[in-house]
Design a protein around this ligand. Structure first.
Ligand SMILES: CC(C)(COP(=O)(O)OP(=O)(O)OC[C@H]1O[C@@H](n2cnc3c(N)ncnc32)[C@H](O)[C@@H]1OP(=O)(O)O)[C@@H](O)C(=O)NCCC(=O)NCCS
Length: 193
């Protein structure tokens, strides 16, 4: 696929749970390589049941080429008008042509439009870093994400951590958004009448 191949980014309707199995396979397939660099034994990132719940909750954005879903990302709200995205995945056959960039552009634009103040993500970072995780870190930092917290993965998921190849941190990255002006929250005061 070239960069000229058209793709549509759209939020799945909450009744499109029929796609759950296809999307779970896409995510698990996409994460396998990165996971085997980090874990001795890769475990599935998600399941059709979990994906069905996420779709029904209204938080799954997909990149579609014709009828085919070639990428997806899950978005949810955190406290204090912050958003969080995860499970960003692109099919290996369409990598490096900007599908993830389009998905993330849409995530941030939707966050802006909804008046969110920041968008956040978690990134696994082994010590020493793998090439894939380093590339992701550089990409997110190019886009304006900054590390705001770091915890040992062993504290968060002790069972999964038993399969780590190296000590690994889960780093929270955040980017400040610029919410669009709205009648409720003008960006600057109206001139005196
Ligand atoms: C990470 C992933 C989603 C990227 O998808 P993609 O569609 O290939 O990415 P894009 O083509 O949109 O490129 C994203 C950025 O990486 C850069 N990039 C793409 N391929 C690259 C490569 N092979 N080497 C270095 N940089 C690369 C692009 O230049 C772009 O940066 P830019 O926007 O500053 O130009 C995809 O590789 C994937 O599904 N990986 C497995 C799951 C995963 O790791 N998810 C992220 C968890 S936080």
């Amino acid at each position: 696929m070239t960069t000229r191949v058209p793709r549509v980014i759209r939020l799945l309707r909450t009744d499109e749970t029929v796609l759950a199995g296809v999307l779970a396979d896409l995510v698990n397939g996409a994460y396998t390589f990165a996971q085997t660099e980090i874990f001795v034994r890769a475990t599935p990132r998600t399941s059709a049941v979990m994906m069905s719940t996420l779709i029904a909750d209204g938080g799954v954005l997909v990149a579609q080429h014709g009828e085919d879903v070639v990428g997806l990302v899950h978005v949810r709200d955190l406290e204090d008008r912050r958003g969080f995205f995860g499970m960003l995945a692109v099919a290996p056959s369409v990598r490096s042509v900007g599908v993830a960039r389009d998905l993330l552009d849409e995530v941030e634009a939707r966050g802006d439009a909804r008046g969110l103040t920041a968008m956040e993500l978690d990134l696994l970072m082994p010590d020493p870093p793998t090439a894939h995780q380093s590339r992701l870190r550089e990409w997110y930092e190019r886009r304006g994400y900054l590390p705001v917290a770091s915890r040992s993965f062993s504290e968060i998921e002790p069972d999964l951590a038993a399969h780590l190849r190296h000590p690994t941190a889960l780093i929270r990255y955040a980017k400040r958004l610029t919410p669009a002006p709205s009648p409720d929250r003008p960006l600057r005061a109206s001139p005196a009448q």
